[in-house]
Every structure is written in C-alpha cells, then in structure tokens.
Design a protein around this ligand. Sequence first.
Ligand code: ZN
Length: 106
Amino acid sequence: MAILPKIKRNDTVRILRGKDAGKRGKVLAVLPLEGRLVVEGIAMVKKHVKPRQGGQKGQRVTIAAPIPVANVQIICTQCKKGTRIGITRENGVRQRVCKQCKSVIE
Ligand SMILES: [Zn+2]
C-alpha cells in the first residue's frame, strides 16, 4: 500500500474539512506513519519555542500543523480539479492517474 503514496510532497491539495475547508495549499511534508500531512498555510498554530542556551528569549512562532490525509483532496496538475487518484501500471512502473481526466500526475 505504502509503495506509492497517493499524495506526495509538493502536490497541491484542497482542504475538505475543518476551519480551513475550501482552501488550497502545497504539501510541505507527508507523515505516512501518522497518516497526516503538512500543508502550506493550513491549520496554522502558534507554538511556543523554548529559549535556547545563550540568553535567547523564547518566542512564539506560527507553524502549519499536520492534518489527516482524509481531510484533503489532491488538485490535478492537468485539469486543475479536485480529484481522486488512481494507480496504473505501465511497463511495470506504477503511476498516479487523475480519475477525472485520466492524465498522469507526476
Ligand atoms: Zn485531472
């Protein structure tokens, strides 16, 4: 199953659920073990960074929190629609295919 993840880094996804529903963003990181991914600008949370040694102050930074993969839909690079991904096998190579327009998604 995990040989070819359906959503990869740098894919563009649309958020389906939660406070950011309807927004789009680029996938920054995929956490396959947790079934979550980090999307640029989505699920922003403030995080307190502890002061490090050397007299630096602690500070609050805003980061994108990981969200469940089930809450997003990939945007096809060809037809630009939110779509589901199918897997095809061509000459032994597994490829991701848009279920809407049938084109291969890199
Ligand atoms: Zn498509």
